[in-house]
Ligand binder design. Structure first.
Ligand SMILES: [Zn+2]
Length: 62
């Protein structure tokens, strides 16, 4: 289960997280934010996030 909060309809709750669906379960808006429990995040996604952080350090944003 994942918690979500929707910026469009203003509702929040819990739903079954579906990695293929990124819209609000209630209204379908893309303004929804999902808060996954860390245990539910696949290892490959954590690895991807880690590599993003590394990539960010290498970027020169001056
Ligand atoms: Zn919504």
């Amino acid at each position: 289960m994942a918690r979500f909060r929707c910026g469009a309809c203003g509702r929040k709750g819990e739903c079954e997280y579906d990695g293929d669906r990124h819209g609000c379960p209630l209204c379908g808006s893309a303004e929804v934010v999902f808060a996954l429990a860390i245990e539910e995040v696949p290892d490959e996604l954590l690895a991807a996030l880690s590599s993003l952080e590394t990539d960010d350090e290498e970027r020169d944003e001056d």
